[in-house]
Write a protein that binds this ligand. Sequence first.
Ligand code: FES
Length: 160
Amino acid sequence: MKFSDEFEQRFTEMLGHYPTKRSVLVPTLLYAQDEVGFLSDEVVTEIAGRLALTELEVRNVISYYSMLTTKPRGKYNVQVCTNIACMLRGGEELLQHCSKKLGIGHKGTTPDGLFTLEEVECIGGCSWAPAVQVNYDFHENLTVEQMDKVLDDCKRKETQ
Ligand code: FES
């Protein structure tokens, strides 16, 4: 399968930085997921082959990390933390609000493929709860109005 030149450059660079091929598995999966959108069977086969691992070994790692997925997701993966600190500061309400606004539940994807919604465990932003992660961006101390702005900004980016 063919990845971009950027992916290939990163992959080659990483191999030189680690003592074993296996060590680059997680970052390679992340880069591949960013490029393809999810870790398809084809991606798993390709990466297992490149790193001299079995597909089962690769799938075991994928299933351990919640940021890795073998199913297609929306372009914006909205992860709302409802763990204790966030729950006490409105995380559950934020989740319900997002669910209503986007018309999808946990792990659902909007029909236009723009958003996937996920209820997640602590994302390390407890001091600034409630916290939400959209792809690699963190949003903290969120109100419902600010959450709307985050979602609307994502939508706006797509129409520009
Ligand atoms: S409990 Fe929500 S970020 Fe830690």
